[in-house]
Design a protein around this ligand. Structure first.
Ligand code: F6P
Length: 342
């Protein structure tokens, strides 16, 4: 019997439980055993585990969040982190390798552990969909559905009051959620981190919408910057991976738009609503398929690799292909959308 560990790290997202279930439904179950490390890499560093068997994962694919809980605790965090301690933990628990389910920060940490001799593999997740080497991450589809519903709802109230409505969605480095939800909801301007736009341009779009008798709808990603901003707006300090906690650009833009255009403007920050709740069918399927692919990957000893979706296929890629660069919205795609702004 070979024993493997599973952990979920970084921001949670809908579909994590589908992956965990997919792994534990392992067709080679009589040869493999699984434990879950609790609270992300913290559980790995402190050997905090729970048993994972079929009874534990029954019915969880449709549940949001993660039964293993998560954190932004880095595996090299002082005073107890680092490969030497983690090796001891794995030896004590009889765990042969670790499945790390997470986004860019988690994959970078898993890669570093792998390079330091800890056997790790990765499964990509993030609502931001910004992980290189995979066409899509699970969580993104659910977040887009939620953000689209928010756009639809804001448009009815905006229309009633002839107001400009600004919706801020997540998207630290990449504007995928803003772009998809904005296109789906027919937003009049979509502002993303990849494409700074001047306040004059934003206001020109807003005014042209008002001038033809419509209520302007602006969708902005949290990582969007105006040309004179050197970094994304943040007033909430740093997160556990030492990155600025973003959020608030919508509240900055709304009064400026109101002052410059004379159009009454309201901002809504969608926040963690995008990450919570039940996963869409699409995210459950993708998460489950990733989970199904893990046991064979472990048997094949594919340490240092991550699963990815390419077209309809689940493939394996080296961590190095996924970390260190963001999968951004292409300027062709943005220009396609921008042509209809205003
Ligand atoms: O990385 C995913 C993400 O949802 C980002 O879009 C956002 O900036 C961040 O997580 C928020 O993290 P937290 O839950 O720690 O506030």
């Amino acid at each position: 019997m070979t024993r493997y560990g599973i952990l979920t790290s970084g921001g949670d997202c809908p579909g994590l439980n589908a992956v965990i279930r997919g792994i534990v439904l392992d067709r080679e179950a009589e040869q493999h055993e699984y434990v879950g490390f609790l609270d992300g890499f913290k559980g790995l560093v402190y050997g905090d585990v729970m048993t994972l068997d079929r009874s534990v994962v029954r019915g969880i694919a449709k549940e949001g969040g993660t039964i293993l809980r998560t954190s932004r605790f880095g595996p090299y965090s002082e005073p107890d982190g680092g490969p030497e301690n983690i090796k001891k933990v794995l030896d004590r628990l009889g765990v042969e390798g670790v499945v790390c389910i997470g986004g860019d920060g988690t994959m970078a940490a898993a890669n570093r552990l792998y390079e330091d001799g800890i056997p790790t593999v990765g499964v990509p997740k993030t609502i931001d969909n910004d992980l290189e080497a995979t066409d899509y991450t699970f969580g993104f589809n659910t977040a887009v559905e939620i953000a689209t519903e928010a756009v639809d709802r804001l448009r009815t109230t905006g229309n009633s009051h002839s107001r400009c409505m600004v919706l801020e969605v997540m998207g630290r480095h990449a504007g995928w959620i803003a772009l998809y939800a904005g296109l789906a909801g027919g937003a009049h301007a979509i502002l993303i981190p990849e494409a700074p736009e001047s306040i004059e341009q934003v206001c020109a779009w807003v005014e042209s919408v008002r001038d033809r008798g419509r209520a302007p709808m602006v969708v902005v990603a949290e990582g969007f910057t105006l040309p004179d901003m050197t970094e994304a707006y943040s007033d909430k300090g740093l997160d556990g991976f030492n990155r600025p906690r973003l959020g608030g650009i919508g509240e900055i833009l709304a009064p400026i738009i109101e002052e410059r255009t004379g159009i009454e403007t309201r901002a809504t920050v969608l926040g963690h609503i995008q990450r919570g709740g039940v996963p869409s069918a699409w995210d459950r399927v993708l998460g489950t398929r990733f989970g199904f692919a893990v046991p064979e990957m472990l048997d094949d000893g594919c340490w240092g690799q991550m699963l990815a979706l390419r077209g309809m296929d689940i493939v394996r890629v080296p961590f190095a292909d996924a970390v260190g660069h963001t999968k951004n919205v292409s300027m062709d795609l943005y220009r396609e959308a921008r042509g209809a702004f205003g």
